[in-house]
Design a protein around this ligand. Structure first.
Ligand SMILES: [Zn+2]
Length: 81
């Protein structure tokens, strides 16, 4: 199970939370699910003929709402750089 904390830690480890490109704000929200800390993801179904289901973790700018989507398989992988 991918928890919210796992996602936050991975994003920080990758150095992926630069200031918001829209407003310059430095605070990002990684929403948690209802109740437990089951990782919150936005899934995007591309269709069987187009490829696999891609799963993303959203990070939302605390100021303007600009949203970044991190591809979970890449984010949680060990490939540095
Ligand atoms: Zn912003």
């Amino acid at each position: 199970m991918t928890t919210r904390q796992t996602i936050v830690t991975a994003i920080e480890r990758k150095g992926a939370l630069k200031p918001c490109d829209a407003c310059g704000n430095k605070t990002w929200l990684v929403p948690s699910g209802e109740g437990e800390e089951n990782g919150v993801t936005a899934s995007m179904l591309l269709g069987a003929s187009l490829g696999p289901i891609l799963t993303f973790a959203p990070a939302i700018c605390n100021n303007c709402g600009n949203t970044r989507l991190f591809h979970l398989d890449t984010l949680l992988g060990d490939n540095d750089g």
